[in-house]
Structures are given as C-alpha cells and as structure tokens.
Design a protein around this ligand. Structure first.
Ligand code: GLP
Length: 265
C-alpha cells in the first residue's frame, strides 16, 4: 500500500486525480469505479479542469458506481444515480450510457446485484476504483463485519452512517435504511485502488485501515490485501498514523517510474 500525505484537502484531490488522468490517457475507454460522498469531490473538480482545458477526454470512459440507496426514486437529488450524474457525468462530459449505478429501485434487488456484477465482468473489470472511507471504516457501503469475500448485495446501513449522511437530506428519518453496494471482493478485483480521506474525523478510520489488523470490523483494512492500493490523505486525516514520517520519506524518494506529478501527469 502506498500512503501519500498531502498538504491539504485540495492537494489530496490533485494527487488522486493524477492517477485517474494517467489511466484515462493510457486508455481512452478505461473503466473507472466512482465513489460518492464529500471526499472524492476534489478529484472530480480537478478532472473537470483537465477536461475544460482540453487535456482530458472522458467521452469514451466507462464507469461503475460503488453503491446506491434502496428505495429512493432515481430522480431524488440524493440518489447516487443523481449525485453521480451531477458531480461526475456532466462536469467530465461522460456519456451517460456508459455510466452504471446499481439499481436501488429494482423489484428484484438480488437480481439487480447479480446483473451489476455481470456488467462489471463484461466491461473487463474496473481499471481504477476511487474510494472514500466512513468514520466507522466502511468502504462503499460495506459496513463493519462485511465479509472480505462479499460481492454486490443488499446491506443495512449502520446507524452511524445514516447519521453521518443525514446532512444531505432534509431530515435524518429521510435517510434510507438499506443500500446496494459492491462487495469487498468486488472492490478488491479492481486493478488499482485510490482511496482519499480528509479531515480529523477520518484520522481514526485511516489509522485502522492502514496500520491496524486485517479485520472485517474495519472493512477498509481489506486494502491491505490489494497489490496496487494508494491512500491519499491530508495532514489531519494522517494525524494518527504511526509511520507518517516513513510515508513522507517514501513519497519524497519515489523512483521516477513511479511518479505522477499532477493531473497533467
Ligand atoms: C458514504 C459512501 C461511501 C463514502 C463514505 C464517506 O456513505 N457510501 O462511498 O466513502 O460514506 O463519505 P464522505 O466522503 O462524505 O465522508
């Protein structure tokens, strides 16, 4: 796992965006894994600048969202279908037909989950998966005790996650109780993982994910099993990392073949 400690929240987005830009430049039809929540917004902003300035073209890029609420109508402003369209598809100029979100309004939810897994396989798998992390260590909506072997499925949201996400809704009761999420095994199959976290509130989850034991009590610790995972955090989110100085030293001494110096990359 590579841990990068950035100067601030915007710098987190810039560094992570460079990884994605690299993948899209290498392969214009790259398959991206998209995350919602506040953490990746700086990435999308940075990529949108690259697109506006003509350095990046997302028109052939395919994408799969990590998760979706169950029971919110597609057009609800907080459905991940709407969020992905607003925050990613439109600003990056992606083709909506190439961007998939699990169907949380399907009558047959297990069927929708199986179909989602099939679509990812048929696309050849995900090249780069973007991730955030919840305060309780969840990735996607894989709450604590999620199996490392899990695939896309229905989950019950932890009360803490519902409380954290209440800020996006008019009242806490409006936050759905269930969701569909890619499983931990689904996420681990992506060729590259890029997780971003900013702020003191994430410091504990980040420390448990990076330096704690491999445990389903911290689903983010599954990243320890991945051969190409990068964790980009700001100083506040890194504040409980025991080996912070080592990560800084490592980043300063990256060999040239491992460098990615910005979205121009
Ligand atoms: C959300 C999403 C996750 C996200 C996490 C953290 O509920 N399902 O994909 O990474 O919780 O959210 P935020 O980035 O807003 O802190």
């Amino acid at each position: 796992m590579q841990v990068v400690i950035a100067d601030g929240p915007e710098e987190v987005g810039r560094i992570a965006a460079a990884k994605l830009a690299q993948a899209v430049r290498r392969r214009p039809g790259a398959v991206l894994g998209l995350a919602t929540g506040s953490s990746p917004l700086a990435i999308y902003r940075e990529l949108a600048v690259g697109r506006r300035e003509g350095r990046l073209d997302f028109s052939a890029v395919r994408a799969f969202a990590l998760d979706e609420y169950v029971g919110l109508p597609l057009e609800h402003p907080q459905s991940y279908h709407s969020v992905i369209r607003r925050e990613v598809v439109l600003p990056l100029g992606m083709d909506p037909a190439l961007v998939h979100v699990p169907d949380g309004s399907a009558e047959d939810l297990p069927g929708a989950c199986a179909a989602y897994e099939r679509l990812i396989r048929e696309a050849g798998g995900i090249d780069v998966q973007i991730l955030g992390i919840g305060r309780n260590g969840h990735i996607g909506f894989n709450e604590p005790t999620s199996s490392f072997a899990s695939r896309t499925r229905i989950k019950t949201l932890a009360p803490r996650t519902r409380a954290d996400n209440a800020r996006f809704f008019d009242s806490p009761e409006e936050v759905p109780t269930h969701c569909l999420t890619q499983g931990l095994a689904t996420i681990l199959e992506a060729r590259q993982l890029v997780l971003v976290a900013q702020g003191e509130a994430k410091a504990d989850a980040v420390a448990r994910m990076v330096e704690g034991p491999l445990t389903s009590m911290c689903p983010g610790s599954a990243l320890q099993l991945h051969p190409d995972a990068t964790v980009v955090v700001d100083e506040a989110a890194a504040s409980r990392l025991e080996l912070a100085d080592y990560y800084r030293y490592t980043f300063e001494h990256l060999p040239s073949w491992q460098r990615y110096d910005g979205a121009d990359g």
